[in-house]
Design a protein around this ligand. Structure first.
Ligand SMILES: Cc1cc2nc3c(=O)[nH]c(=O)nc-3n(C[C@H](O)[C@H](O)[C@H](O)COP(=O)(O)O)c2cc1C
Length: 368
């Protein structure tokens, strides 16, 4: 009530990107007040072993993570962990710092419970993120999502990813190779078979080398794909991921499609290019996860992301084959108590379906 009737309408008045930074500044200031974070935790953290997932070499206390793009510069993960997430993915981080596209570049589509963004990987670069992570080690399972700098041509993409990978490797619980943002020209072409296989094999080779050099286990590496791939391409990604010995796939990023929206086409056209997230991508994201799950036959971990707003959506995504899920747009609309609510709803669903652990739900509706 307080969130949906008072706080959200107030936050939604201003420019979306400015509001994001203001809200995060407010959180980091409030976090300095003793007991603020523990009070927040008592409202949002759901402790129940039935939600925990042992996967990608780590224990995730619950399956609901924060998707990439929210904490692009690995600046706020320490405080965001108080909001009940099971894990947080920071980034996308590129090897060189970059401003991103001209503003305004982030818009709300309330009629569709969606966002449209063309941020374009605005971030301070891998070296700044490395220093920040060195100063403040993560207090939660941390994924690090890396991408290619805009100025780097696709022919040199592998070395751009490798540079960030090497710098950030020690701090990651898992690493995501992002080849699916619609806002970096040419990036999604890296999803084609040959360039993708080349990139992922180079990353895995470096992963093994770094593991030896640090005398630590290699990191789980996942690739993040677009919802706009056709079904054959989606299935091909599974073959490529297996060939490159990846740990998993994250599906999906934002869509460039504009069909089926409630927001008028004139309004959408006025806003211009970008990727749409939230409710409009949910059905396709679930479908992609279902295809990946069926094809991978348990050999890859799938993280499902796209239009998750509540426990029903998360339950559907896990039923389609996701072991873990992530939220971004739903969190913007749902507010700070959302993750706790989803986890409590998942427990209710397990109880009503007679399951003793959430892992039993994975792929139940993938139709194998
Ligand atoms: C404002 C915004 C920025 C995003 N930035 C990134 C990014 O930097 N890297 C990335 O892999 N995905 C990024 N995403 C995509 C999300 O991580 C997620 O895959 C997508 O939004 C679908 O989930 P959702 O419907 O819960 O938002 C961004 C999404 C939004 C809305």
């Amino acid at each position: 009530m307080l969130w949906s009737h008072w706080v959200r309408p107030l936050l939604f008045c201003g420019d979306a990107e400015k509001t994001h930074y203001r809200a995060m500044t407010a959180l980091s200031v409030a976090a300095q007040v003793p007991s603020f974070l523990s009070q927040l935790r008592s409202l949002t953290v759901v402790r129940d072993d039935r939600l925990a997932m042992e996967v990608l070499g780590h224990r995730f206390s619950n399956p609901v993570g924060l998707a990439a793009g929210f904490d692009k510069d690995a600046r706020w993960h320490h405080w965001l962990s108080a909001l009940g997430f099971g894990f947080i993915e920071v980034g996308t981080i590129t090897d060189q710092p970059q401003e991103g596209n001209p503003k305004p570049r982030l818009f709300r589509l309330p009629a569709d419970q969606a966002l449209l963004n063309r941020l374009g990987f605005n971030n301070g670069g891998a070296e700044v993120a490395r220093q920040r992570l060195e100063r403040q080690a993560p207090n939660i399972v941390l994924g690090i999502n890396i991408g290619k700098s805009k100025v780097t041509p696709n022919e040199l993409a592998t070395s751009s990813y490798l540079k960030s990978f090497r710098m950030l490797w020690p701090f990651a619980h898992y690493v995501t190779i992002n080849v699916s943002s619609p806002n970096t020209p040419g990036l999604r072409a890296l999803q084609d078979r040959q360039p993708l296989l080349e990139l992922l094999e180079a990353i895995e080779t470096e992963n093994q080398r770094l593991a030896q050099a640090h005398a630590r286990p290699p990191k789980a590496v996942l690739v993040k794909i677009a919802p706009d791939l056709n079904d054959a391409q989606v299935e091909d990604v599974v073959e490529i991921a297996l060939e490159a010995k990846l740990a998993g796939i994250i599906a999906t990023n934002t869509t460039i499609r504009r069909d089926g929206l409630k927001t008028s086409s004139q309004e959408i056209e006025k806003l211009g290019a970008g990727g749409i997230s939230g409710r409009p991508v949910h059905a396709r994201s679930c479908e992609v996860v279902r295809r990946l799950y069926r094809r991978a036959q348990g050999q890859l971990t799938i993280i499902g992301v796209g239009g998750i707003f509540n426990g029903d959506d998360a339950w559907r995504m896990i039923g389609a084959g996701a072991t873990l899920v992530q939220v971004y747009t739903g969190f913007i609309y749902g507010g700070p108590l959302m993750v706790g609510t989803i986890n409590r709803q998942l427990i209710e669903k397990m109880n009503s379906h007679g399951l003793t652990h959430l892992a039993q739900r994975i792929g139940q509706e993938a139709g194998n």
